[in-house]
Design a protein around this ligand. Structure first.
Ligand code: THG
Length: 280
């Protein structure tokens, strides 16, 4: 199955058979307080630097998250999207829990965006799915609902099925629904990664949809995050992860290595191209 996203003109194809598509996570105020302060004063230099360095590091899509307590993200997300859109031809993943901010950003983004995200709560599905249909966007469906986050992979799969069903009913194409199995900190729950890996396997096998996740979430609160994130990335890809949200400057080499090992990189072209561009 193929999900197609678009920037101003460039098309990115997310294929359930790989190779892996990288959604750059770095435009996010977590650990980057400077992002909010510069954006709020109308200075887009720093966000454009973050875009450029991630693209150099082989990001295929950019996640754009400007959410921070006290921030008017309806205005700020749209302004940030305009700045990126005017400078780079790359598809965007609009990351906000606020449907109004998502809609304002879709109005100015152009191309074909990925909405991050909808979840299995009635309120979320009712707000986001019609917007996705209206603007022709793809959606990320988080496998949580009105009852919160379950530790049972089969229940997470059932939520994914529910979101897919609603989207299909609204006229959204199957391939435009990407599932997020919820990557959580393994420091907080020793089984967290195993639960998510099993959810990935189930969604891949039973629904055949593209799968994303905020992979770096798993290493919160631990040292040597890079090694932990790389090991988890490889296992996730083996189970069916196709478009992680991650830091390309730290994870692209491991992703290219995994694709090569899985027979999805003829003559190691992509592995070598990344090594030549980024020395890793
Ligand atoms: N699912 C979906 N969207 C998401 C998440 C998810 N969006 C937000 C978040 N989770 C994913 N984005 C981030 C961004 C930054 C970090 C983690 C998740 C982060 N970065 C560190 C830094 O920049 O210093 C470390 C990065 C690293 O070492 O690789 O912690 O789950 N749909």
């Amino acid at each position: 199955m193929q999900t197609i996203l678009r920037g101003r003109s460039r098309e990115v194809i997310i294929d359930t058979n790989g190779p892996v598509i990288i959604i750059g996570e770095c435009i996010n105020p977590t650990r980057r307080k400077k992002l909010v302060s510069t954006l709020q004063s109308g200075n887009f230099e720093y966000v454009l630097e973050l875009a450029e360095s991630q693209i150099k590091a082989m990001a295929d899509v950019l996640d754009v998250n400007v959410g921070f307590p006290g921030v008017d993200d309806v205005k700020l997300l749209a302004e940030t999207v305009i700045a990126i859109r005017d400078n780079f031809d790359i598809p965007l993943c609009l990351d906000s829990p606020n449907p109004k901010a998502i809609e304002a950003a879709l109005k100015v983004a152009g191309g074909k965006c990925l909405i991050n995200s909808v979840n299995g709560e009635e309120k979320s599905m009712n707000a986001i799915i019609p917007i996705a249909k209206e603007y022709g966007a793809a959606i990320i469906g988080l496998t949580m609902d009105d009852e919160g986050i379950t530790n049972d992979p089969l229940k997470r799969l059932a939520i994914a099925e529910k979101i897919l069903e609603r989207a299909l009913k609204a006229g959204i194409r199957e391939e435009d629904v990407i599932i997020d199995p919820l990557a959580m900190a393994v420091s907080a729950d020793p089984q967290a990664c195993m639960i998510t890996l099993e959810t990935i396997r189930l969604v891949h096998q039973k629904l055949g949809l593209n799968i994303t996740q905020g992979s770096s979430n798993i290493s919160f609160g631990l040292p040597n995050r890079e090694v932990l994130n790389s090991a988890y990335m490889t296992l996730s890809i083996l189970n069916g992860l196709t478009c992680p949200i991650a830091n390309p400057e730290k994870i692209t080499a491991a992703i290219r290595a995994t694709d090569l090992i899985l027979g999805r990189d003829d003559y190691a072209m992509r592995f070598v191209e990344n090594f030549q561009a980024n020395d890793n």
